[in-house]
Design a protein around this ligand. Sequence first.
Ligand SMILES: Nc1ncnc2c1ncn2[C@@H]1O[C@H](COP(=O)(O)OP(=O)(O)OP(=O)(O)O)[C@@H](O)[C@H]1O
Length: 249
Amino acid sequence: MSPALKISGLTAGYHGTEALRDVSFQLDRGQYLGIVGPNGSGKSTLIKVILGLVPARGGEITILGTPRERFRSWDRIGYLPQGLQFFNPHFPATVDEVVRLGRLAGKRFPKRFTAEDATAVNRTLEWMGIADIRSKMIGDLSGGLRQRVLLARALVNDPELLVMDEPTTALDPETRETFYQLIYEMNQKHKATVLLVTHDTATIGKYASHLLYLDKRVIFFGDFDAFCNSTDMTEFFGAHGQHLVCHRH
Ligand SMILES: Nc1ncnc2c1ncn2[C@@H]1O[C@H](COP(=O)(O)OP(=O)(O)OP(=O)(O)O)[C@@H](O)[C@H]1O
């Protein structure tokens, strides 16, 4: 089977700024990649270039076996953008309607809502534990519940690739843990490939199978054991920094 994602020699930037330099890595189906790195290290840019929201300057991207330029099956990808940045709290929609929108987004015209769509929406609402609030206006919910609704929207098409940019920043520690559990379940039970940008280095080792440490270029890419056993990484981060990522509680 083709890899979920293959990136070779990717470079990108904005006007005078270089954001990504010669980035290469490959993620196989079902792997869970944690993307970490300091502020401004290009993590969000990498996600946006993969999704075609920011143009690449050079290099190649293959998504689910198809070159990025020809990839059109966006319903196979679930995307949860950074924080709640694209969310307007006055958006006049119920929880149910927001999740339905995720279902309609992948369709061509005429965008009809079918019985199969209704089943997928119901199943996802149940799974996310938000079926009982389906008629509530999204603007009336707490940040944690709202984020869960947006995750439901990203998951309603049963995506093969789930892409998330710092999804837990607005959440309290308990809600954050529940959120990580839901994503982990998606990865383990549904075999979805996960790409998660996070500053939560102390938690990511518990869930992710692979780690990408980015600082415009790739400082490290590989599985967690390789990271934890790497003397290069001990030198780079210091033993304490390496341990913070490697302890798994
Ligand atoms: N729209 C933009 N226009 C111009 N420069 C940008 C834009 N977005 C990001 N940059 C710059 O590109 C570089 C990489 O930014 P990016 O947001 O990808 O980093 P990041 O690792 O996601 O950061 P953070 O951890 O703070 O979210 C930074 O120098 C940033 O200032």
